[in-house]
Design a protein around this ligand. Sequence first.
Ligand SMILES: *Cc1c(COP(=O)(O)O)cnc(C)c1O
Length: 424
Amino acid sequence: MTRPPFHYQDDTLHCEDVPLATIAAEVGTPTYVYSKQAITGAYRAYDDALAGVDHLVCYSVKANSSLGILSMLVAEGAGADIVSAGELYRWQRAGGDPGKVVFSGVGKTEAEIKAALAAGILAFNVESIEELVAIDRIARAAGVVAPVALRVNPDVDAQTHPYISTGLKQNKFGIAADVARDVFRRAAGMPNLLVRGIDCHIGSQLTKTAPFSDAIARLCKLVLDLAADGIAIDLIDIGGGLGIDYGKDGDAPPPSHGEYGAAVKAALAPLKALPPIKLLVEPGRSIVGPAGTLVTRVLYRKPGETKHFTIVDAAMNDLLRPSFYGSHHPMQPVHKKSAATQVTDIVGPICETGDFLARDRALPPLAQGDLLAIGAAGAYGMTMSSNYNTRPRAAEVVVDGKRWRIIRERETLEHLLAGERTFS
Ligand SMILES: *Cc1c(COP(=O)(O)O)cnc(C)c1O
């Protein structure tokens, strides 16, 4: 792609060839807008970077699970990494192949395991001995053999936010590396399990390749130990993908897909002695994050004595990341302004002090009614949204060149109350 997916043209911010103001006028605000080129481009960048090794890119559905997004990735040939039966349902409704699905997560319920067995997924990424026992039992009752991979906790520091670091001993995820060999042996002895793989996921928003390399090195050592034990696996899953640029001054840019691919291939070298093993990767954030912007409108301004507030119609229920993780999102006025800036807090209408989208941000002075684009919002934006304060969730739009389409209608109050009843 030669130009970025969101760029100014005639002083108005466009997504591909469509002015964001046009979408805001027709769909209202707040609205998530995604660039199709950016999503398919990021998917292909992974696919290309891993060329030469047998691999499958399993898009992490939790990053953005809207049908319109999933359907584009299905068309690209992607697999999926899911963490619930709900995500499996979405994937299948989008036309996705269940045979390309890995099912992650520490707390799969019996109903979810049954649904995944019935669908015929590629593998369960299993996180505990009790879960292995449960899957074996449920598979036996269903008269099938369940394909499993064991998620190992490699105890490496992903050097990311503590809430999204998952590969340390103190995290709830995976089976401790030092007991994994024993757990594999137990799994191999369970009659209704087929031990196919080894898996890890050390965290999200990784901005260096070293933690990936370290984790893969630990997995490879285990795979060789397992081979010595007579347990041959044919899937190695290295978890989520690269971090993305959130536009914060001083933050190092994440490695390129090419650097990532080279580091991954180098780290997998010890497996060359074994029969071929398929590589699975589960990127989420880096596929959809940079491809999405949340468009919001300024409602009011409050020039206080100590602080200046800009109140917009998007809130923490639409984009939770700033208040939950303290995340920084880049922001740009939809209509380009003078270079002068004003330091302001961008806040939503929700009755919480934590309801902010940016704090002490230098932005061109915004006026009532102005549109503001909150960037890098395509991942963990819409999927983490809620109805707090009985706020209908935002609409979503995909842009492809000059063409655009609503992929999710703005929620209505009727939607919100569906299934509720009064009590008297
Ligand atoms: C969240 C998650 C991912 C996706 O991680 P990204 O950083 O968004 O690429 C992949 N695998 C598992 C198991 C996850 O929980």
